[in-house]
Design a binder for this molecule. Structure first.
Ligand code: HEM
Length: 269
């Protein structure tokens, strides 16, 4: 273990024991039902982007580590109600240094987390770099797909870690929304068929944003093979449905998925 990781872990351990956060059984009982929040419809998904100001890097390492222990406290405390995932964007995306993906049954619980985060001593180094909200919903088109396609969609992605996450906001044109359901369903079937070769290496999640943001959708992907993801996008750009896309990306966010401890280690360096 490198020295930074060692000291970060040691100090975090002391902090967590002091405030009672390290008691694993307590956390397991108290933490939100992450599995449900990540899989069920009717859950709010928020993507919160932050940059770290210059003052952060000017702090000595001991100060940085002590501020990060407080970040850990805020995240652990809110994990009792909401699911929080962390991503390091620094070095891959120029929009922000880090991203939180938050799933909550109530958007106000996400708000409380983000306010507490920004009010924490670590928060004073954070500069908001973007915020997107969406809602998970039951599939609109899949129930009407042929049985074979529904079965094909059930292919589970290859086991093993998928270190990369990509987030692409999407907005469709007024012409799309004016089409009747059958026409949209036929095009979404074509969209889905084009994605089948990539099911093994790309995991996806869709958030509906109309009315919650200036977008129609937030699309989220995890992969270990960015080359496959690139191929997937090229395939989708060829289907008819793509012609109804008004916004694709802007920004496209790409980062690596980090556990809380990995993120703290990365930011302490
Ligand atoms: C493994 C890759 C993918 C698979 C299996 C997949 C599959 C699907 C399916 C089945 C739906 C219909 C959901 C429903 O019934 O409501 C859908 C919707 C959608 N997909 Fe994909 N997709 C993939 C990749 C992508 C990519 C790369 C994008 C764009 C970045 C994208 C954008 C969308 C959008 C915006 C919708 C919502 C369309 C609407 O409701 O009008 N998908 N996808």
């Amino acid at each position: 273990m490198n020295p930074i990781a060692f000291w970060t872990k040691s100090l975090l351990g002391v902090f967590c024991v002091c405030v009672g956060l390290a008691a694993a059984p307590f956390l397991a009982e108290a933490s939100a039902d992450r599995e449900k929040l990540l899989t069920e419809p009717g859950v709010y998904g928020t993507f919160a982007l932050f940059s770290l100001g210059d003052t952060w890097t000017k702090q000595d390492q001991a100060t940085r580590i002590s501020q990060l222990t407080l970040l850990k406290g805020v995240v652990e405390q809110h994990r009792e109600k909401i699911a929080i995932d962390l991503y390091l964007l620094r070095g891959l995306s120029d929009q922000a240094d880090l991203m939180f993906r938050v799933h909550a049954a109530e958007l106000r619980d996400t708000q409380q987390f983000l306010v507490d985060l920004q009010n924490s001593p670590f928060g004073k180094y954070l500069k908001g770099a973007g915020l997107m909200h969406g809602l998970t919903k039951k599939a609109n088109y899949v129930p009407g797909f042929p049985d074979q396609l529904k079965a094909d969609l059930k292919v589970v992605s290859e086991p093993g870690s998928k270190p990369y996450a990509v987030v692409i906001p999407v907005t469709k044109s007024a012409d799309w929304w004016a089409l009747d359901q059958d026409k949209r369903a036929a095009m979404m079937q074509e969209h889905t068929e084009a994605t089948l070769p990539y099911l093994k290496t790309v995991k996806r999640k869709l958030y509906h944003s109309s009315g919650l943001d200036d977008l129609d959708f937030i699309t989220y992907f995890e992969t270990s093979k960015l080359e496959d993801f690139h191929g997937l996008i090229l395939s989708l750009e060829k289907v008819k449905e793509f012609q109804y896309t008004r916004q694709f990306g802007h920004p496209t966010l790409i980062g690596t998925i980090k556990s809380l401890d990995e993120m703290i280690e990365a930011l302490a360096q």
